[in-house]
Design a protein around this ligand. Structure first.
Ligand code: SAM
Length: 282
């Protein structure tokens, strides 16, 4: 008998992956966690029936959420990751010897435990000595932080359930406060293509813009996320992601990547007209 994982991307669209086996299923205090194995995407895990990470395409998301801000500000020393329980974002950050401290705030310890067991490909650097793990709500965590981080990466779930607070005005204001003078905020910014994701993206962008003078959106192609077209938000008090990109410097670091390169860095900020209209809509 064939087994299929199916996710509803809209009321009228479903996305399915043929699976070899379900490896894990449990409810944490926050969400339902499932792990599957598949021929096409390898192992993958979902939260409340929504795709988080697959072994085959996770490099795209993690390259873009980490190397874009790191290439724009290579002297980054202290980083806060909010969410990111699979460890992929931390893994990419640990490749920079210049980074001294990484705080990761994940609300759900079970996600980290499950990923350590079933997805070692992403979780393998969570024990790096520069990494401190906090199992708390990121919304609350940033309230008490001031002028502390050079980079905040919001690697969250979508804006409902535990992730809802990470798309609020209060949260973005506290991130602004928690960042150093040249600090950068990067967040997973949903998809522009289907209406409900696009609405969430527009709301988030508008709220971030209220605090940060430099506020841009960049894109990547992620096959297993709704529509495959995914956005990231880049916001900073001072840093411009294109003008401040020192391609030579980043290339001299010798960090090997499967998706990111400094040409693509610049190109990823060139948005289709329909997306430009959405984010310049006020
Ligand atoms: N790459 C993924 C995506 O865009 O689908 C995100 C993956 S990562 C696993 C998302 C993590 O954010 C989850 O593990 C979830 O538990 C965590 N999270 C959700 N709300 C949170 C909150 N308020 N504070 C901290 N972590 C949160």
């Amino acid at each position: 008998m064939e087994l299929w994982y199916t996710e509803e991307h809209t009321e009228n669209v479903r996305f399915s992956i043929k699976i070899k086996k379900q490896l894990y299923s449990a409810n944490s205090p926050y969400q339902k966690i499932d792990v599957f194995d598949s021929e096409e995407f390898g192992r993958f895990f979902t939260l409340d029936g929504l795709m988080m990470v697959t072994e085959k395409d996770e490099f795209i998301y993690h390259d873009m959420i980490v190397h874009v801000p790191m290439a724009a500000k290579p002297d980054t020393k202290k980083v806060l990751v909010i969410g990111g329980g699979d460890g992929g974002t931390v893994r990419e950050l640990t490749r920079y010897s210049s980074i001294e401290e990484i705080h990761m705030v994940e609300i759900d310890k079970m996600v980290v435990d499950v990923c350590r067991e079933f997805l070692p490909q992403t979780a393998l650097k969570l024990d790096d000595p520069r990494v401190s793990l906090y199992f708390e709500d990121g919304l609350k965590f940033v309230r008490s932080r001031q002028n502390e981080y050079d980079l905040i990466i919001v690697d969250s779930t979508d804006p409902f359930g535990p992730g809802e607070g990470l798309f609020t005005k209060e949260f973005y204001g506290n991130c602004f406060k928690a960042l150093s003078e040249e600090g950068i905020l990067v967040n997973q910014h949903e998809s522009p293509y289907y209406q409900s994701y696009a609405n969430a993206m527009k709301r988030a962008h508008k709220r971030i813009k209220e605090y940060f003078p430099n506020c841009r959106v960049y894109q990547a192609h992620i096959p297993t996320y709704p529509s495959g077209h995914w956005l990231f938000g880049f916001a900073s008090k001072k840093v411009d992601p294109i003008l401040d990109l020192d391609a030579e410097k980043w290339n001299s670091l010798g960090i090997e990547t499967k998706y990111y390169n400094t040409e693509l860095h610049k190109g990823s900020f060139a948005l289709p007209n329909y997306v430009k209209e959405m984010i310049e809509y006020e």
